[in-house]
Design a protein around this ligand. Structure first.
Ligand code: FAD
Ligand code: NAI
Length: 458
């Protein structure tokens, strides 16, 4: 059988792979994409960003009506959460988006192959009995959940995020191991729906990627939302009994109906046949690349979660686009300083640029300012007064080098910080932009003014 030949084969259809394939088609490359799952969109659309945010939204709506409704003058005789309907809506949202990706592939004339892609040689990929060849190959095979050796996933009672996003009922007692992003987001979902939530974290603080003041504030807020934290603790042993799961910590014991293990993710390269082409991974499993996303085999590129860096969908997409533009002879670059990091708890947490600790450790002389949402009119109108904006400026030239937000709509507000850092704006620039009144964005302006010692509303 003749092997079909392409300018570019993309392996993996997550936000790195499918976005790269579209950009490649726009640039005139004859492109194929291979996906081992039945639907396109990768972790993000199927079992990650999208289903988690759908459930976070539904559960937040329920919790806010329950807790704030009365104050707003809204009362219901019997407010209930229909978990099956929430799950159905989540599935519908996922389906609409993965169908959308299929439509985009058709529209851009990208050849889609379903099956596991495997290197048979440096320019040949096998998918079952079928073989394809290409001038360039882009590996975008993503990542998978890390499990604990003594507590393997059954995805019903001992679950990764994938199982947690498809539970059949709300567990009475949920224990979460790992207070990172997945841990606090999914704990929020089930806590709001009535689970008794306990979180075990080996470090003495939660969400370690975030600025330490923000992390402390989030811990306080989540504790007020009835989550119990065991910090500086590790689960040493586990017994999965018929009725319950027992977990032995260093100094105590916990019982659970469901345990979510969210201790991080690792790059996924199983079944890819990297050994056939002599491509080694790093000790952590990442595919090593140069500054242009090239592996040591120059026509084979890698992007997204499978390469080192933050494991975020938008970072993956930016790398996918850049790699393909490099293949087409352009000279793009990904500005990692402007890649935001968001946690979709309530309130949300969002960050861009350096934390205060990172800046100080890098020897930068910093100026720091803050402003709390409770001083903001709009936040009072919507009863969302928790949190603050923290600005990190570089003293010498006054440049904005970091913005950290814990508060309402932080995920949207952070874009002001991203653009400002990208445009090399100063803290003064942020302070003098007139913000619409009343808006939450005024908190950013006040935080910038605070950094310069000129807060108005304090
Ligand atoms: P993936 O999305 O993992 O896609 C890789 C694809 O490759 C998969 O579909 C896989 O089946 C396929 N594949 C693997 N090997 C082969 C093979 N040999 N042949 C064919 N196909 C193959 N990030 C955010 O930015 N915001 C969020 O809100 C967010 N929420 C998340 C929530 C959860 C619960 C999880 C788990 C992750 C979340 N993430 C979020 C992270 C985000 O999902 C990842 O960073 C992103 O999906 C990485 O994109 P990728 O394309 O590199 O890999
Ligand atoms: P994570 O790296 O964010 O957090 C893992 C946590 O588990 C850390 O706090 C770590 O100290 C702790 N831990 C590790 N081993 C432990 C042990 N044995 N016992 C107790 N605690 C332990 O990883 P997580 O939450 O699994 O998420 C993986 C990645 O997925 C994230 O890093 C992020 O890149 C991505 N993601 C992004 C989201 C977003 O952008 N909103 C949402 C969900 C996931």
């Amino acid at each position: 059988m003749a092997k079909e030949h392409f300018d570019l084969i993309v392996i993996g259809s997550g936000p790195a792979g499918y976005v790269a394939a579209i950009r490649a088609a726009q640039l005139g490359l004859k492109t194929a994409i291979i996906e081992k799952e039945k639907t396109l969109g990768g972790t993000c659309l199927n079992v990650g960003c999208i289903p988690s945010k759908a459930l976070l939204y539904s559960s937040e709506l329920y919790a806010r009506l329950q807790h704030d409704g009365k104050e707003h003058g809204i009362t219901c005789t019997k407010l209930t959460a229909n978990f099956d309907q929430m799950m159905k809506r989540k599935r519908d949202v996922v389906k609409s988006l993965v169908d959308g990706v299929s439509g985009l592939m058709k529209k851009n004339k990208i050849a889609v192959f379903q099956g596991t892609g495997k290197f048979l040689g440096p320019t040949t990929i096998g998918i079952g009995k079928q073989e394809l060849t290409a001038n360039n190959i882009l590996i975008a095979t993503g990542s998978e959940s890390i499990s604990l050796t003594f507590l393997p996933f059954d995805e019903e009672r001992v679950v990764s995020s994938t199982g947690a996003l498809s539970l059949k009922k709300v567990p009475k007692r949920l224990v979460v191991i790992g207070a990172g992003v997945i841990g606090v987001e999914l704990a929020s979902v089930y806590g709001r729906l009535g689970s008794e939530v306990t979180i075990v974290e080996m470090l003495d603080h939660i969400c370690p990627a975030m600025d330490s003041e923000v992390s402390k504030s989030l811990l306080k807020i989540l504790t007020k939302q009835n989550m119990t934290f065991h910090l500086s603790s590790k689960v040493q042993e586990a017994t999965v009994g018929k009725k319950e799961i027992s977990l032995k910590l260093d100094a105590s014991e916990l019982k659970a109906d469901v345990v979510l293990v969210s201790v991080g993710r690792r790059p996924y390269t199983s079944d890819l046949g990297l050994e056939t082409i002599g491509l080694d991974t790093s000790p952590q499993g990442f595919i090593p690349i140069d500054g242009q996303f090239r592996t040591k085999i120059p026509h084979i590129y890698a992007v997204g979660d499978v390469v080192e860096g933050v494991m975020l969908a938008h970072k993956a997409s930016e790398e996918g686009v850049a790699a393909v533009e490099i293949i087409a002879g352009h000279k793009p670059a990904v500005d990692y300083m402007t890649v935001p990091n968001v946690i979709y708890t309530h309130p949300e947490v969002a960050a861009v640029g350096l934390t205060e600790e990172e800046a100080r450790n890098a020897g930068i002389e910093v100026m720091v300012g803050k402003y709390a949402f409770k001083g903001n009119g709009r936040a009072r109108c919507s009863m969302e007064t928790d949190g603050f904006v923290k600005i990190i400026g570089e003293k010498k030239r006054g440049l904005l080098i970091g913005m950290h937000i814990i508060g309402a709509q932080a995920s949207e507000l952070i874009s002001e910080g991203m653009i400002a850092i990208q445009q090399r704006a100063t803290v003064e620039d942020l302070a003098v932009v007139p913000q619409a009144h009343p808006t939450l964005s005024e908190v950013i302006k006040e935080a910038a003014l605070n950094t310069l010692g000129r807060t108005i509303h304090a």
